[in-house]
Design a protein around this ligand. Structure first.
Ligand code: CO
Length: 150
């Protein structure tokens, strides 16, 4: 009986440790109905070629009232991208079309939704200063944080 349990438990443990080990390249961040991300910093291991950022909107408000996305730019460029994004309107998901200063951008989502975006970590400059933010109008001032590579 004990052997049977061990045989069952081992694959279960592997199933847990597998994704957890790779999980360092898989990050999550939450947005809510109070204009907040749940973290001000995301750390991406420099060993990741790519990272997956999953944004979870834990609020209840619609995408039109309280839309959130996850956008990454250099810190020196984030305010200008956010301001031009606001003017680009909902048809562009509040991002300036074709602006190559946008390093990564998720879909815009509303309460109860989640979305993921892939980040090409190998294209980031080591020691570079990067800021993530929500580009929905009026959100970037409160909803921003630093992406750090370690
Ligand atoms: Co937002």
């Amino acid at each position: 009986m004990r052997k049977v349990l061990a045989a069952i438990a081992l694959p279960a443990l592997l199933a847990v440790s597998g994704p957890a080990a790779a999980g360092s390249c898989e990050l999550e961040i939450e947005g809510n109905d109070r204009l907040q991300f749940d973290r001000k910093e995301l750390v991406v291991p420099a060993s990741c070629d790519e990272a997956t950022i999953t944004l979870i909107h834990v609020g209840r408000m619609s995408v039109k009232q309280m839309g959130h996305n996850w956008v990454l730019t250099r810190t020196s460029e984030f305010r200008d991208v956010a301001q031009k994004g606001m003017r680009a309107g909902p048809e562009n998901e509040y991002l300036p079309p074709g602006d190559d200063r946008v390093i990564a951008a998720s879909d815009l989502i509303g309460g109860g939704e989640r979305t993921s975006v892939t980040l090409d970590v190998s294209a980031l400059e080591s020691g570079g200063d990067y800021t993530f933010f929500c580009s929905f109008p009026g959100h970037y001032g409160a909803m921003n944080g630093k992406l750090v590579m370690e």
